[in-house]
Every structure is written in structure tokens, then in C-alpha cells.
Design a protein around this ligand. Structure first.
Ligand code: URP
Ligand code: ZN
Ligand code: ZN
Length: 473
């Protein structure tokens, strides 16, 4: 097996940083060594197959994006990134594992939907991948099927309080699914927005001629995120189900999570880069139909109410535990433009899988989070939360050699022309400048990105079976 030594870098973990060399044998990390140390009398730089010089750079565990939707059928179309294009873009950006969602549609068997996602991803991915299971039709049969998920290496499932007539579950269905999840050792993931109330507001706004993308954010009011978050927490409390609320954007929803955690409940929240940087006014409210680029649910929130600052603060204080992208890209032409004249027909989703590590690193540069917290919220907590820790999310002997060498003196310009490898005709992050750069990415010991060149191949990535989730983060 080929051996690699990454020398001269600063190894950063969730708990600290320090000078260390990283020795890799084949697909695994075998040792962290004092820089320059000899091992059994030998200088390792002379005995390994490959030496990678990381002087002046950070050496971190590869990012884990625990919320992506490659090729997801949604809003009358299909998310533009396939497993091939989306995972390659992820690798470019320093993410070495994604957890995507297998989607059980209404009337479909859970097992069949999971097989469909396996078939879509197998042999296509640039990096390792796993699945959560969306339960879009809670009934006796799907509840039985949920009990088989741990045996399939799936330790989490997602329910929707939004999207009536599509993926929506009512309270009775949520209660039953949470009971089954708690009983089976599955983590309940929740899209927490009050869908039926949103649909009433959507109809009223459209009837008033308010059809622009901006009104997507008005219809999906923060009160309806707070209410649903609270309801989900209460149902989780009643059933004893651990709860993970996805794509949290409203500060009031964060407060509900924080209060529940303070009461000792096992509840967790993820936010996404768009809720930290972008706003209702500046993006959704962009002139003409431009705002469609940023139509996603939950929606971008008002900058005047400081939701963005509160989300950064919650990341600092661990009221929110991690950052995923909710990568669900749609092109403007032929996809988002289905909603010209009716914002409710704009497919919901933003593409960011390539930029999460950079955008969160900019938070370090801007003094919003520490270097260690950057690693924690993008790699280590996702690994722990979703049953990958030990293999992923950490640079330690025995772990997969998923490694990113990040240059704090580098620079990254984000945009369609500049750096973008996602299958989209626009970037939600056009013009963003990052004071850092993903230099080298190793996926299970193989260099897949180096010096602005992609060196991997489709099919490098494998399905990763997950252990039970760890809740006490
Ligand atoms: O707008 C979004 N979030 N699209 C993806 C589907 C979901 O709800 O996560
Ligand atoms: Zn969702
Ligand atoms: Zn999503």
C-alpha cells in the first residue's frame, strides 16, 4: 500500500491545533508524529512513497456535508447536480463525505426508494457518501420499513411539516414516526415549517398580485418556523425521540432549540451558509426575477431582525451544532424560471456544496468562530451526530485519510466563471471573496484535488454504512 507523509502543517482538530506530521498508509491514517521525528531510526520523508509539504497551511479532517440533495425530484423538476457532478464539486471545496437523502414519495415503498438512491449514486461519486431516509408517506408499511434502516447502515430519517401534498406529515404521522424512530434508535430529522398555514398565505399573496420571489420569504414567516420547531420539540419530548432540526433560519426557532436543550432534551439544530450571510432584502428582494436564485425553504430572513448575527452566535455557543448546505441546485433557465409570475412555482433550493468549507472559514477570518470551531461544525460534529466518528471527522490513527490542506494565505473568488464546478448556470455566491484556499484534498488516502486540478475519478467514492447517531454533543 502506498504511504504518504503530510509534513510541516498545523493540524487542526475540534479541540486544538499544533505542529504535526500526518502519516498515511493506503486509505488510513496511521500516526500523527512530531515534525521531523525519526521512526525506528529512519527519517520518514526518505522512506514514504509521497511527501506533501503543508508548510504554513492547516491540515484538517475532510468536510462532511450532512445535508445534500443530488438529483432530487422536487418542485416539478430535478435538482441539477447529479451524484457525479455534485460530489466532484464537493471535493473541489474540501468536502470528502456527503449524506444525501433517499426520498420515499407518496405511495412508494421505503425500501424501493432507498434502492433507487443506491442505484443513482453507486459508481458515480467522487467522494464517500451515505443516506438519510426521507419518509414522505408515513403509514403502517413505512413504519415497519423504518425498523430495517439500521441494518442498511442508515441511522436517521427526515420528516416534513411543510409541503402539503408532497412530503408533508401531519401531527399524527409525526408522532407515530417519532415513536418508531425512538424505538429503533433512529434520529428524527425535521423540516420545521407549518406547511398548511404557509399555503394559505401563499394563496392570499398571489391573489393580491404579489408574485415576485420576495414574497416566498413573506409567506414563509418566521412565526411559522418557530411554531413548527416548538411543535416538533414537544412531540419529540413526548415520544422520547432525539430530534435534529434541519436548515434553521429564524432566530426564534434557534431560541426554541436552545430552551429545549437547556431543559435537557436531546434536540439539535443545523444551519446553512445562506442563513449566515444572505438576507430577505438583499437576495430574495433583488430586482425583477433575480431573487429566484435564493428561493429556498426555510427562507432567507430579514437582516433588520438580525437573524444572521444570531445564527453565528448560536454556532459559537453550541445552540446550533453544525453547518450543512442543504445543497439543492436549480438552474435559472428552465427550472427557476418556471416561477415567473408565481413565486410558489419556483423550485426551492440553493447550491453551495462546493463552498461550505470556504464560507465557514471566512467566519474564522471575520472573527465569528474559532479555527477549532470551524473544524467542529463542518466535520467533527457531523461525524459524531450521524454515526461516522472515528472513521470520519477526525485526524487520528485508524481514521480514513480524508484530509484537507487549507492555505490561510490563499484566496478564493467564488462565482460561475471563477471557481464554480457545480452544475448550475448561476451562483448564489457570485462575487464572494474568501481569504483562504482549499489547496489539496485527500479522499481515503488518494489525492483528488491538488493545486487547482481535479485528480479523482467518478466511482472513487463509496457508500458508507453509518453507526447509531451520538446525541450528547
Ligand atoms: O429549499 C430547500 N430546502 N430545498 C430542498 C428540500 C428541503 O426542504 O430540504
Ligand atoms: Zn427541508
Ligand atoms: Zn434539504
Amino acid at each position: 500500500m502506498a504511504t504518504t507523509l503530510i509534513t510541516g502543517g498545523t493540524v487542526v482538530s475540534a479541540t486544538g491545533r499544533g505542529a504535526a506530521d500526518l502519516l498515511i498508509d493506503g486509505e488510513r491514517i496511521v500516526a500523527l508524529i512530531e515534525p521531523g521525528a525519526t521512526v525506528l531510526g529512519a527519517n520518514l520523508t526518505e522512506t514514504v512513497d509521497t511527501v506533501i509539504d503543508a508548510t504554513g497551511k492547516y491540515v484538517i479532517p475532510g468536510g462532511i456535508d450532512a445535508h445534500t440533495h443530488m438529483s432530487m425530484p422536487f418542485g416539478g423538476t430535478t435538482a441539477a447536480d447529479t451524484f457525479e457532478t455534485g460530489t466532484r464539486a464537493a471535493a473541489w471545496g474540501g468536502t470528502t463525505t456527503i449524506i444525501d437523502f433517499a426520498v420515499q414519495k407518496f405511495g412508494e415503498r421505503v425500501q424501493d426508494s432507498l434502492q433507487t438512491w443506491h442505484d443513482m449514486a453507486a459508481g458515480e461519486c467522487a467522494i464517500d457518501y451515505s443516506f438519510h431516509q426521507i419518509i414522505g408517506d408515513v403509514n403502517d408499511e413505512s413504519l415497519r420499513a423504518m425498523r430495517e434502516l439500521p441494518g442498511e447502515g442508515i441511522s436517521s430519517f427526515k420528516l416534513f411539516m411543510a409541503y402539503p401534498g408532497v412530503f408533508y406529515s401531519d401531527d399524527a404521522q409525526i408522532l407515530r414516526a417519532m415513536q418508531t424512530g425512538a424505538d429503533t434508535g433512529l434520529l428524527t430529522m425535521m423540516h420545521a415549517e407549518n406547511g398548511p398555514a404557509i399555503d394559505v398565505l401563499v394563496g392570499q399573496l398571489l391573489a393580491q398580485g404579489k408574485t415576485d420571489p420576495y414574497y416566498h420569504g413573506i409567506a414563509r414567516a418566521w412565526e411559522l418556523e418557530e411554531e413548527a420547531t416548538h411543535r416538533a420539540i414537544m412531540l419529540a419530548k413526548l415520544t422520547g425521540a432525539p430530534l435534529y432540526v434541519v436548515h434553521v433560519s429564524a432566530k426564534q426557532a434557534v431560541a426554541q432549540l436552545a430552551a429545549a436543550r437547556d431543559r435537557g432534551q436531546n434536540v439539535f439544530g443545523e444551519t446553512c451558509p445562506q442563513y449566515l450571510y444572505l438576507s430577505l432584502e438583499d437576495q430574495l428582494g433583488a430586482p425583477g426575477f433575480e431573487g429566484a436564485k435564493w428561493v429556498c425553504s426555510t427562507p432567507l430572513r430579514s437582516k433588520h431582525d438580525h437573524h444572521q448575527d444570531e445564527a453565528w452566535q448560536a454556532l459559537r455557543t453550541n445552540d446550533l451544532q453544525m453547518v450543512s448546505t442543504d445543497h439543492c441546485p436549480f438552474c435559472m433557465k428552465g427550472q427557476k424560471d418556471m416561477g415567473i409570475g408565481d413565486f410558489s412555482k419556483i423550485p426551492n433550493g440553493i447550491g453551495s456544496v462546493e463552498h461550505r468549507m470556504d464560507l465557514m472559514y471566512q467566519g474564522v477570518v471575520d472573527g465569528k468562530i474559532s479555527l477549532e470551531r470551524w473544524v467542529e461544525i463542518t466535520a467533527t460534529t457531523p461525524a459524531r451526530m450521524f454515526g461516522l466518528y472515528g472513521r470520519k471527522g477526525v485526524l487520528a490513527p485508524g481514521a480514513d485519510a480524508d484530509v484537507v490542506i487549507y492555505d490561510p494565505n490563499g484566496h478564493t473568488s467564488i462565482g460561475v466563471e471563477a471557481t464554480h464546478h457545480m452544475n448550475m448556470d448561476h451562483s448564489a455566491w457570485e462575487g464572494y471573496e474568501i481569504d483562504g484556499h482549499v489547496d489539496t484534498v485527500l479522499s481515503r488516502g488518494k489525492v483528488v484535488v491538488d493545486d487547482n486540478t481535479y485528480l479523482g475519478r467518478k466511482g472513487d467514492g463509496r457508500f458508507v454504512r453509518r453507526d447509531p447517531c451520538q446525541y450528547l454533543t
